[in-house]
Design a protein around this ligand. Structure first.
Ligand code: SF4
Length: 460
């Protein structure tokens, strides 16, 4: 059966964020988040300039407290009108109120917006009033792994729980006639992320809501694996016609995210892309060992683009057609190369597991260590350990998380088997599943301790 590739975008409301609009009447916006200390004004402004030059259309900064709000005021003055700035606020609704007077948008996380659930509506309506007065937009951003305790009790850490966390806030906003809202529901597990966004859209449709969507896969990692994982999740939804703004989160410099996001958007929206020239064809072959196989063909001749496009197209097909095999066909590349890419896509879609999965956050102003270097050391360490104490086979399917901070890291590292989490200046905590095994150990020992922990558990 040949699959028809569609390109119909979901009709959404247009939300004004500073000098741009986000919504289906406008191009899909590309955004990123700074990973500087927000209080380092020069460093933050320089990074903002690099991101703007790379093409970001919005830029977010971590905003832990009122001191960061004042720093944002300064950063804003220096990059004024270039792109709208977004304050990323967790845990303190008063910080969100203050930031709403300074920047064009405020991101809040329903999971930790207000400690006191009985005051949630009162607190949120207060923020809505400030945003109305200052023409500030709100992003309601829910992440898998950081739901409010009462949502966890009722729904568990499920797509339903994530959707209900958003809907609770949307209903309050609609009742108070506030509509300048963009929504995101993200997860590191691409399957969960796609299922949740689809459920959210269904739920919003039932309640006649058309808020625009921000798409992203959290903790996607870095390098080719990070790009493929992001493309699998974001691409599946863009192929559904969903998504009005995207962020490709990578554990790299934020400006590296922009060209990847742009390539994804171009692939789905540019009528000159291979998706529309007839060279991209997907076929589902039924009855292969009781499961379907996806055969996909494309004439794209740039390898990096092909990886991104194949990942963006295939995740959705694998899930929707319950396929467990993937054969990529492209005369421009060798069969061997295409086979490796098929395996990476199957793993990114969590259809089959072939190798160790690295879950790492993109880092932000809360990160107090060099995340990229740590990922490299852990990967190198495991490669050499697999040559000695561990067999590479014993590492297959292992999920290792490297997270920038203790505030959001443990919750958002999802179903990782082991976690390396920044616990403060020069301090790290190590996790086995959700359990903290070594707390606040010196950073210089932490990679070795993590490798020892894995080796002791996995040696065969
Ligand atoms: S886990 Fe912590 S350091 Fe990493 S991006 Fe999230 S808030 Fe920032």
């Amino acid at each position: 059966m040949q699959i028809k590739l569609q390109n119909k975008r979901r009709k959404t409301a247009n939300v004004q964020v500073g000098n741009i609009f986000i919504g289906s009447d406008y191009p899909i916006r590309i955004q990123t988040m700074a990973n500087t200390d927000t209080n380092d004004i020069d460093g933050s402004v320089n990074q903002a300039r690099r991101c703007i030059e790379a093409g970001t259309e919005l830029l977010r900064f971590t905003t832990q407290g009122l001191r960061e709000v004042e720093s944002l005021r300064e950063i804003h003055a220096q990059v004024l009108t270039a792109v709208p700035l977004v304050a990323d606020v967790h845990f303190n609704s008063e910080v969100a109120d203050a930031a709403a007077e300074v920047v064009e948008a405020v991101r809040i996380n329903p999971g930790n917006y207000s400690k006191d659930a009985s005051k949630l509506e009162e607190r949120f309506v207060h923020l809505l009033d400030i945003c109305r007065e200052h023409e500030t937009a709100i992003r309601i951003g829910v992440n898998h792994g950081s739901l409010a305790p009462r949502m966890m009790e009722k729904y568990g850490d499920t797509p339903e729980g994530m959707v209900e966390s958003v809907m609770e806030f949307l209903r309050i906003a609609v009742n108070h006639d506030f509509h300048n809202i963009v929504i995101s529901v993200k997860a590191s597990n691409t399957r969960v992320m796609v299922e949740t966004v689809r459920l959210l859209v269904k739920t919003m449709n039932k309640e006649h809501m058309a808020f625009p969507l921000h798409l992203g896969v959290t903790e996607a990692g870095e390098g080719e694996d990070g790009r493929i994982k992001s493309a699998v999740g974001i691409g599946a939804l863009l192929a559904d016609g969903l998504g009005d703004t995207i962020r490709v989160s990578l554990s790299e410099a934020p400006e590296n995210e922009i060209p990847v996001a742009q390539d994804l958007v171009d692939y789905f929206t540019d009528e000159d892309s291979t998706r529309y020239d007839g060279s991209v064809v997907a076929e589902v072959l039924d009855n292969i060992g009781g499961n379907a196989e996806i055969r996909y063909t494309s004439y794209e001749d740039d390898w990096n683009l092909f990886c991104l496009q194949a990942a963006a197209e295939c995740g959705r097909l694998l899930w929707d057609y319950k396929a467990t095999e993937l054969t990529l066909v492209n005369p421009n590349f060798t069969e061997n190369k295409l086979n490796f890419l098929s395996k990476d896509i199957l793993q990114a879609a969590r259809v089959r597991i072939y190798k160790t999965e690295y879950i790492s956050c993109p880092s932000c102003g809360r990160t107090l260590f060099n995340l990229e270097e740590t990922i490299r050391k852990v990967k190198e360490g495991l490669t050499s350990h697999s040559a000695s104490g561990l067999t590479s086979h014993s590492l297959d399917g292992l999920k290792i998380a490297i997270m920038g901070c203790i505030v959001n890291g443990p919750g958002e590292m999802a179903d990782a088997d082991y976690g390396y989490v920044g616990a403060g200046k020069d301090r790290v905590s190590l996790y086995k599943g959700k359990e903290c095994i070594l707390k606040n150990i010196p950073q210089e020992e932490a990679v070795d301790q993590l490798l020892r922990l894995i080796e002791n558990d996995r040696k065969i």
